[in-house]
Design a protein. Structure first.
Length: 388
């Protein structure tokens, strides 16, 4: 959603830009390797690669999609409140917006990269509309309950399953499918890659996994939406002390949960708790930390803002560039790059995205995809280039 410069909450753009970097760190492992099916500690043998994976697993995996979900909910509430204030029809506008997001996500998932999140955001966005009239406090409580209760029950089910399963039988890794992915993405035709891409997408986005996705993404729409209704980002100075204390608590508890598979035991229970509880707690700490830092000084954080203003364009660009680098219809480097060098590549590409986004926004009001999205939302062509 584009908001006039005078009305923008700059810290939200910074958070979006930071989230795009974190999402890229996580996604890169799947861009160049069949992470969906493999045990990373068997696939990558060097200590440097294993250390890189652990760093990403602890600080990024399971944290940045919740962060972006918080921002998505926050943005939807801002759109709702501003639309109502202008006495415009919100539901029809939101429906067009989410349908456009769904279409963009389908193009992304089926023609570019299987790890798309936009389809899920669009579907859960429609569900979010049912809760739009709740108070901020009620929305946050509802989100917390949707997050905690189902996931605590699922964790207990995993505990029972682990106790009842023979040692080593309860595993999520499928080496044969990993080898198949390498062969197809590295050497296959575009049609065979299209088929593999759909299989990989469905492996994650099937109905059975829908329950897990519902309770790992949608609650943060509500929590973010509740924060928007309570004007938390506009009241950072007023709420500085509780924000700071909460940030410290979230960091300590979140890091303990994120590290638990490495300091206790690597099994399905700890790995589920790691991402389901630890990841979002770090997401909360990241959002609060950026809000507090931005309120004090934004000289460092401002580099993230241009990327955040064009978050969807940059998200899709990462997929396009990466698949061209790694798939056979591009340079065919799939499975030819390590976890460490993939991470170096993320940093280099992201720096270029900062430069590109900054330059683009000096001459345009919106990113290219954002402009298209806004055009569909409002059924009119918005201004494109700035008149400098």
């Amino acid at each position: 959603m584009y908001i006039p410069e005078k009305d923008r909450i700059v810290s939200l753009d910074m958070m979006r830009g930071f989230a795009i970097l974190g999402i890229f760190l996580v996604n890169m492992l799947s861009f160049h390797s069949p992470l969906l099916y493999l045990d990373p500690f068997s696939w990558w043998e060097s200590d440097l690669d294993k250390g890189t994976y652990i760093f990403i697993d602890v600080f990024a995996q399971g944290s940045f999609y919740p962060l972006f979900s918080l921002l998505f909910g926050y943005g939807l509430v801002l759109l709702y409140e501003r639309t109502i204030k202008r006495e415009q029809a919100f539901l029809s506008m939101a429906t067009r917006r989410l349908l456009a997001l769904l279409f963009i996500g389908m193009v992304h998932a089926f023609f570019i990269w299987h790890g798309d999140i936009l389809i899920t955001y669009a579907i859960f966005g429609f569900l979010f509309l049912l809760f739009r009239k709740l108070s901020g406090k009620a929305m946050m409580i509802m989100g917390a309950l949707f997050w905690l209760i189902p996931n605590i029950l699922l964790t207990l089910l995993f505990v029972v399953a682990l106790l009842l399963s023979p040692a080593g039988e309860l595993t999520m890794y499928e080496p044969e499918l990993a080898r198949q992915s390498v062969e197809i993405y590295q050497q296959g035709s575009y049609f065979s890659i299209f088929h593999q891409r759909f299989e990989d997408w469905y492996a994650v986005n099937n109905l059975a996994n829908g329950v897990f996705m519902l309770f790992s993404i949608f609650p943060f729409f509500l929590i973010g939406g509740g924060a928007a209704k309570l004007k938390w980002m506009e009241r950072v100075t007023e709420l500085k002390k509780p924000f700071f204390i909460s940030m410290l608590v979230f960091i300590i508890v979140g890091l303990f949960l994120k590290l638990s598979p490495y300091i206790v035991d690597r099994n399905i229970v700890y790995e589920y708790a790691q991402d389901t509880f630890g990841g979002p707690l770090l997401a909360f700490s990241y959002s609060l930390g950026i809000a507090l830092w931005a309120a004090k000084s934004n000289r460092v954080l401002k580099i993230f803002a241009p990327v955040g203003k064009m978050s969807m364009s940059n998200y899709l660009l990462q997929s396009i560039v990466s698949t061209l680098l790694f798939y056979s219809y591009g340079f065919g480097l799939y499975d030819q790059i390590s976890a460490f060098w993939g991470t170096v590549l993320v940093v280099l590409i992201y720096i270029l995205q900062i430069v590109w986004s900054s330059y683009w926004l000096k001459n345009h009001y919106y990113g290219p995809v954002e402009w298209l999205w806004r055009s569909i939302t409002y059924l009119k062509w918005p201004a494109w280039k700035r008149n400098n």
